[in-house]
Ligand binder design. Structure first.
Ligand code: GLA
Length: 345
């Protein structure tokens, strides 16, 4: 039996920058989607999940209409099949069994991890080896087709490129990944705000469009190319440009083990997402304050916003105490997506 295993991710800093060719600094986490797969030869792909209702049963040739697929979680399977069919590598069929330890609806990229794992599994059955940035791009297209959300590349690239004990500085223009070692004194805690992410899809698409319009008005390809002076009076664009600067500064500070500076940059990032980009919520703002009160170096919302999780940087003593107190958990940086072969017993 083979398994495609793809981790979720937490973004430490650099949100709403990826779709403007910017920088972000996520890490793959020690929670993953595991798709066990075996080939079939009857032209069908069947998928079941330990966590989600229903059985997915699709033609393996990628001919299923993606948005009509039920249960809805099967749409990523259908989208991966259409992509493989376009590449001339549709599998003859497969059985998929999905298990996940990535919490759903938290902003930890459970859906990107699922997209990466399913794409890897079906590509493997179709005898196609796809890795690195190519795999991330394929899985990003799976997400676009399956959910209609015009997400950037961060979540999929983080899941693919994860490395134990390292955060990942992502250049979302070149797709270069620079691992940044996380010093042992730095421990990240994730806490859910208690609010499911609401309106996330429609507001996300609207923000993305607003950034594209701002870039066009400034005469640059993307906001990555805009100098800060050009966006000083444009709150959305100002967020993106300043967040890129904070992300690069955070990577340097983390490398230097300067956790005070890392924390200050996380707080500034949260303030910018709240005040300039308008994607925080009262509960997330309160949670960030409470985490600081528990002795965090810094804290911020993570991911798209509109609910979901906050991430906080603690020292190793305070981290487990805060995790317990806020009902959250410590996250460790983990290896990226991979195919694992389980010995038959
Ligand atoms: C979601 C998207 C990512 C990214 C973040 C915000 O997680 O899937 O591509 O845009 O929001 O940083």
């Amino acid at each position: 039996m083979r398994h495609a295993v793809a981790p979720g991710r937490v973004n430490l800093i650099g949100d709403h920058t990826d779709y403007q060719d910017g920088w972000c600094l996520p890490m793959a986490i020690d929670r993953a989607v595991d798709v066990a797969f075996t080939p079939r030869t009857d032209g069908r792909v069947r998928a079941r999940s330990d966590d989600l209702e229903g059985t997915v049963d699709l033609a393996a040739d990628g001919s299923a209409a993606i948005t009509a697929v039920r249960p809805e979680w099967g749409r990523a399977v259908a989208a991966a099949l259409t992509l493989l069919a376009e590449a001339g590598r549709a599998p003859l069929g497969a059985d998929l069994h999905v298990r996940s330890t990535v919490p759903v609806g938290s902003g930890l990229s459970s859906s990107a991890a699922f997209g990466v794992a399913v794409t890897m599994a079906l590509a493997d059955v179709g005898a196609l080896t796809v890795t690195g940035a190519d795999l991330a791009r394929l899985a990003q297209t799976v997400e676009h087709r399956a959910s209609g959300v015009p997400c950037g590349i961060m979540d999929q690239l983080a899941s693919v490129a994860g490395r134990a004990d390292h955060a990942l500085l992502l250049d979302c223009r070149s797709l270069a990944v620079t691992p940044v070692a996380i010093p042992p004194e730095a421990v990240f805690v994730v806490v859910h705000s208690g609010e499911p992410r609401r309106l996330v899809d429609s507001v996300y698409a609207a923000r993305r469009r607003a950034c594209e319009e701002a870039a066009a008005a400034l005469g640059v390809a993307t906001l990555r190319d805009a100098p800060f002076s050009a966006v000083a009076d444009l709150p959305f664009a100002r967020h993106v440009v300043s967040e890129n600067l904070r992300t690069l500064a955070f990577a340097d500070a983390l490398r230097d083990g300067d956790l005070d500076s890392c924390g200050a940059l996380m707080l500034e990032s949260h303030g910018s997402l709240r005040d300039d980009f308008g994607v925080s919520t009262t509960r997330l703002d309160e949670l960030v304050v409470a985490l600081m009160g528990a002795g965090a170096f810094g804290a911020r919302l993570t991911g798209a916003g509109f609910g979901g999780c906050a991430v906080a940087l603690f020292d190793p003593v305070r981290a487990p105490i805060a995790a317990e107190r806020f009902g959250g958990f410590v996250v460790r940086a983990a290896a990226g997506a991979r195919i694992v072969t389980e010995e038959a017993t």
